[in-house]
Design a protein around this ligand. Structure first.
Ligand code: 3HC
Length: 301
């Protein structure tokens, strides 16, 4: 069944090579997924060799895990490793027909990245963004061919979570959107078409859950209790665990974007700001108790 709002699939173009801008954790997860499900070469780029090597090593490590679990055989593992390569130059994208960026969540940086990619790819190559909350229309606005830009928003962990928010910008054309939906299907993701509005759909809900748990903690409920109180809702993960999974800085960025867009509906938690300012990336200690310093910050201490 065609997903609601998806254009006719006959408009979709073929994807024969994928580019991933960035070699961080999200980018690595994307590179592996595209290589595994599309069976095409995937090239990653980043700013320096160290980051690039780390990204490619991550992918190879994940392939080894798949091998150990028996999900792929040795030949397939070797093949997947060979498909994913790294390059410091975006020229490596010149024959890519689908490029996805997963770089720092800042509009100017993403616009710059897309401009650099556009300079080397064909006019029809799709430029996709994994942004969690920024405007697709604005990201495309400085390009010669803004009609090829689509939002392609995955959820962590990418290999496991089935959902993909596909976002149409004001100028995205049907062929690009059809290519995005066809690609999502090959990736075995359940895609939903979202309007280009701040944080789309899912992150609005997650931000509300997190925000209210943090607010309860600020009012004096113990963090563990506030976090656990949400368990009857049947979420696969508690809000504070989720905050650790996506990273406090990403969580804060989404909350700030939503607060800016809808100040009456979304607040920015001062405790979350304090956690990020203190440079904390983990909420929980390895024994799954809340890190004592983080606990003080969450309580507003
Ligand atoms: N990378 C790859 N695979 C992972 C993984 C990771 N980081 N974490 C877990 N997995 C795999 C495990 O290997 C396991 O695979 P297997 O069945 O092949 O062995 C499978 O997931 C299940 O893992 P576990 O048995 O260890 O643990 P759980 O059953 O508790 O599941 C979970 C873990 C899948 C992470 C689950 O807790 C979950 O779905 N959590 C909710 C995550 C969520 O809501 N994410 C959305 C975040 S918002 C976002 O990303 C948007 C962004 O813009 C902010």
């Amino acid at each position: 069944k065609r997903p609601a709002g998806a254009p006719d699939k006959s408009l979709a173009r073929k994807v024969t090579k994928v580019g991933v801008v960035g070699a961080g954790l999200m980018a690595g997860q994307l590179a592996l997924l595209f290589a595994r499900r599309l069976d095409v070469p995937v090239v990653m780029t980043d700013l320096d060799q160290g980051r690039l090597d780390k990204g490619v090593d991550y992918v190879h490590g994940e392939v080894d895990k798949l091998l150990k679990k028996g999900r792929v055989n040795q030949d397939k593992a070797n093949h997947l490793k060979a498909l994913v390569t790294g390059s410091l130059s975006k020229d490596a994208f010149s024959d890519a027909d689908f490029v996805i960026e997963a770089v720092f969540e800042k509009m100017e940086i993403k616009q710059q990245v897309f401009a650099e990619v556009e300079a080397v790819v064909s006019p029809e190559a799709i430029l996709a963004t994994n942004t969690s909350s920024l405007s697709i229309t604005e990201m495309a606005s400085k390009l010669k061919h803004p009609e090829r830009v689509v939002g392609f928003h995955f959820f962590n962990p990418v290999a496991v979570l089935p959902l993909l928010e596909i976002v149409r910008g004001d100028r995205t054309d049907d062929a690009s959107l059809a290519t995005a939906f066809a690609t999502a299907k090959k990736l075995k993701k359940t895609s939903v078409l979202c309007k280009d509005a701040p944080a789309f759909v899912v992150n609005r809900l997650l931000t509300l859950f997190m925000g209210e748990v943090l607010a309860a903690v600020g009012e004096g409920t113990e963090p563990e209790a506030a976090d656990r109180a949400v368990a009857p809702l049947g979420l696969p993960m508690s809000p504070l665990m989720l905050l650790q999974l996506v990273g406090p800085a990403v969580g804060l960025h989404v909350a700030e974007t939503l607060h800016e867009a809808f100040p009456e509906r979304f607040a920015v938690s001062p405790q979350l700001e304090a956690v990020v300012k203190a440079g904390k990336t983990e909420i929980f200690a390895p024994d799954l108790t809340i890190d004592p310093e983080v606990k003080e910050l969450l309580k507003g201490g």
